[in-house]
Design a protein around this ligand. Structure first.
Ligand code: DGY
Length: 381
């Protein structure tokens, strides 16, 4: 471990927790210190590799908070277990960087941070949708280049999304929140694809449709597509909110891009490898009216060659969850996962995470994704 890159909080703590990055806010430090932990925090912004994390774990480490950019595979979990580690939390809701089976084999509960990213990430997907449809970034570049010489009837014509159809791939918390923002805010009909029906989303959009109808306006509708292909053919906007696993890698490939409307908008704020990015480059090149808006990238942080040259692609650097409230909330949940397990608390097992952000958090670990596989007890009132 390179000493200068690490900061220690609560050095007298009897258990040792390693956090591979500084996290926003101070509440998370207080939670871990309150559980009797010394906290070693890596203060460098460089992404740590396996060897550096192993060195940080050292001979004695009871828990870790890691990042989605790190390879939490069998090697690290074996090392953590050998150092006396009893828990790990990802500082993210997604955990495709974690080998869950390896963690479970090593009896390490793995936490994540759901419930505090929902609206924040959905808002970013909305922002990207309109930035792409209304050519906001192209217009901004044009202004900065001093090219604006006066209003013109056809300058930067984009797409009106009002009353059109949004396709949502993956109608979990974030996908459903995005769908509702687009239906309630922009009166878009919703078509969604998911392994399971989302009745709550369907009912919410139906209720909103009744409200519109009662005002004498055309209602909005929400229905589950028979297939992804059907959704891609019908939607004017397609937004990806599904998890990344072997079944969803390159879910949007050359063939499926070809099914989409010529002037459709494709938004990805989930994980980069859901899209075959090389195929997307070629598709955007050949279809100038098609637009893509990306928060995440297949070879993050790199872009596939050609992507940066395309005017019909809008990009931001994986900042979907980047609001202060959310990132501080994620830190509280990650710390509460680690502290909760170290204190022997049961697992919360409920979708509402907000009690953990309040003054009297429950005596529970908020979200442990392999709780069932490890047979961990659930919180009871
Ligand atoms: C996550 O949490 O999975 C996001 O990608 C980063 O906030």
């Amino acid at each position: 471990m390179i000493e200068s890159r690490w900061r220690v909080h609560n050095p007298e703590g009897t258990m040792r927790v390693v956090a591979t990055k500084e996290l926003p806010g101070t509440a998370w430090i207080e939670i871990l210190a309150g559980a009797g932990c010394r906290i070693d925090v890596c203060s460098s912004e460089a992404i740590l590799g396996r060897e550096e994390i192993e060195a940080a774990i050292g001979e004695r480490c009871h828990g870790c908070i890691g990042q989605l950019t790190e390879p939490w595979g069998a090697g690290l979990f074996e090392r953590l277990a050998a150092a006396g580690g009893r828990t790990y939390s990802n500082y993210a809701v997604g955990y495709n960087n974690v080998d869950l089976d390896a963690a479970t084999r090593n009896r390490i509960p793995v936490g994540n941070t759901p419930g505090v990213l929902t609206e924040t990430t959905a808002e970013m997907a909305v922002a990207l949708t309109f930035a792409a449809a209304r050519r906001v970034v192209e217009g901004d570049r044009f202004m900065r280049a001093g090219k604006f010489e006066g209003w013109l009837p056809s300058l930067f014509l984009g797409e009106l999304l009002w009353r059109r159809t949004v396709g949502v791939v993956g109608a979990g918390r974030i996908g459903a929140a995005y769908a509702r923002m687009m239906a309630e805010g922009h009166k878009m009909d919703v078509i969604y694809c998911d392994l399971r029906p989302n009745r709550h989303l369907e009912d919410a959009v139906a209720s909103y449709g009744h409200f519109l109808a009662a005002e004498g306006r055309r209602p909005v509708i929400c229905r589950r597509a028979e297939s992804l292909e059907e959704l891609l053919r019908e939607a004017d906007v397609v937004s990806l909110h599904t998890v990344l696993d072997a079944s969803t890698r390159h879910l949007i490939d050359r063939e499926r891009l070809a099914l989409m409307k010529e002037n459709a908008v494709l938004v990805n704020s989930s994980r980069g490898p859901l899209i075959d990015e090389q195929a997307l480059v070629e598709h955007c090149r050949g279809n100038p009216s098609f637009r893509a808006a990306l928060d995440v990238f297949e070879d993050e942080p790199r872009m596939k060659p050609g992507l940066e040259d395309l005017p019909n692609v809008v990009m931001v650097p994986h900042i979907g969850s980047a609001t202060r409230w959310t990132r501080e909330g994620m830190a509280v949940l990650a710390a509460s996962n680690v502290a909760g397990i170290l204190r022997g608390f049961p697992v919360w097992g409920r979708p509402d995470m907000l009690p953990f952000l309040g003054p009297n958090p429950p005596d529970a670990a908020p979200s442990i994704v392999n709780a069932e596989a490890l047979g961990l007890p659930l919180f009871k009132e």
